[in-house]
Design a protein. Structure first.
Length: 312
């Protein structure tokens, strides 16, 4: 089995990954920018998000193991060679993304982003009353792996956390209850914090618009660590300016990157990071991807269903 890994695994992560490789497998670690068409043509397994246009050369590909939870760009007809399986990396990013978004929310509640700015201006300023997540009603949209990690953090500090997803199913202990998307309008008026980790879909694009924001409790905090197209950004700006939304923490926007003159930059009480909550900034993310990929090598060799397999 010819396997090409395009990710910057360290020695320990390589050992984790190789523990799942079948005997006799030939493994090459090649930076994505340096992988050749010849290598792609020989690959039976590729680990990493190779651009779909380059997969035209992957004549022997059996598995594309993505390093991302999202996979939209690989769903177009012909994006993958016939017979190739696609698996994503759901489960790799829960700790990294949840900690990042949780920290952003707390910064807004405590005005820390403002104090940071005051510090840079050498200004000794008291920004007044702050809020706490203890006792707050927190609504988590997208209660999967990342949402569950976020709920653990929030509930550990005394928040009352309700999850929202397509189907209720099993309810992890960190959630007080689980609701469906159909119930969302009834939940918004009592939420102090609304956090989204929803993927992009026809149902979620533009979900957070003027009507959605007006349905929320005045002074709500909004955070988005899912996809930027969830939010109608001019409507969010208006809600921030009116005080309907007390603060917004965004790791995703539309477009990405934001242009330098985009009005979102200058909205009041907003904290934006450039889609960096995930990626590989926290080393455990790559370790998690190595584990998922190793498991899928074993499943592939045994002819078993893959973990996180995407239905094409």
């Amino acid at each position: 089995m010819d396997i090409f890994v395009l990710l910057p695994f360290d020695d320990e992560q390589r050992a984790v990954f190789e523990s799942g490789a079948p005997e006799g497998a030939r493994i090459a670690y090649v930076p994505k920018a340096e992988v050749t068409d010849e290598q792609i043509a020989n690959a039976e397994v590729i680990v990493g998000n190779l651009p779909p246009a380059r997969l035209a050369h992957a004549e022997h590909l059996r598995l594309l193991q993505l390093n991302s939870a999202g996979y939209d760009q690989y769903l177009a007809p012909g994006a993958l060679p016939a017979g190739a399986a696609l698996a994503c990396a759901v489960g790799a990013y829960g700790q990294a993304v949840s900690e990042h978004i949780f920290t952003m929310v707390l910064m807004l509640m405590k005005h820390l982003e403002g104090y940071r700015d005051d510090f840079r201006e050498h200004a000794w300023t008291d920004r007044g009353t702050v809020n706490t997540i203890a006792g707050a009603n927190v609504l988590v949209l997208g209660a999967g792996d990342i949402g569950t990690h976020f709920a653990r953090l929030a509930s550990a500090l005394g928040a009352h956390v309700i999850g929202v997803r397509r189907h209720v199913g099993e309810v992890p202990a960190c959630f007080e209850s689980m609701r469906t998307m159909e119930e969302l309008p009834a939940l918004l008026p009592s939420a102090d914090v609304v956090v989204s980790f929803l993927p992009s879909s026809p149902e979620t694009r533009g979900l957070v618009d003027a009507e959605f924001l007006a349905s929320c409790k005045r002074g709500v905090y909004l955070a988005n660590g899912g996809r930027g197209d969830l939010i109608v950004q001019p409507d969010l700006i208006a809600a921030l300016e009116s005080g309907q939304v007390a603060g917004a923490a965004l790791d995703v926007t539309t477009p990405e990157p934001l242009s330098a003159d985009d009005p979102l930059w200058d909205a009041p009480n907003i904290f934006i990071t450039p889609h960096v909550a995930g990626q590989f900034h926290l080393p455990v993310v790559l370790t998690n991807i190595a584990r998922i990929a190793a498991e899928n090598l074993q499943h592939l060799a045994a002819g078993e269903p893959l973990r996180n397999q995407v239905n094409l």
